[in-house]
Design a protein around this ligand. Structure first.
Ligand code: HEB
Length: 88
């Protein structure tokens, strides 16, 4: 069975997992529901915006587009959706 969001999974593995897979510098780990619940509660628009533009939160700094400036908006948002789906 093909993954529901193959594009998002691919971007996540190439660019986001560097920090998020091991929780480097406070990055929330996909699959950790307790950590993600308050983030998901902000709404998907906020999560997309934070991933696209970057922000500094209580845990640390999320770089814009995970530092991969050439990623398209759609690719970054698909990676966010993949992370959220893993964490619900
Ligand atoms: Fe990150 C956070 C996504 C990459 C670090 N991020 C985060 C979030 C999201 C993301 C959605 C949540 C938001 C809220 O809550 O609002 N990322 C992402 C993606 C990617 C990434 C999609 C790929 C593109 N990151 C990354 C990297 C790093 C990071 C590479 C390192 C360098 N993040 C991070 C952190 C955080 C995040 C640290 C946390 C912050 C706070 O404090 O909150």
């Amino acid at each position: 069975e093909a993954p529901a969001n193959a594009a998002g999974e691919s971007v996540y593995k190439k660019t986001c997992a560097l920090c998020h897979a091991a929780g480097v510098a406070g990055a929330p780990m996909p699959g950790n529901k307790d950590e993600w619940a308050p983030r998901i509660a902000q709404g998907l628009d906020v999560l997309h915006k934070h991933a696209l533009e970057g922000y500094t939160g209580e845990k640390g700094m999320m770089p814009a587009r995970g530092g991969a400036a050439t990623l398209k908006d759609e690719e970054v948002m698909a990676a966010v959706d993949y992370m959220v789906a893993k964490s619900q």
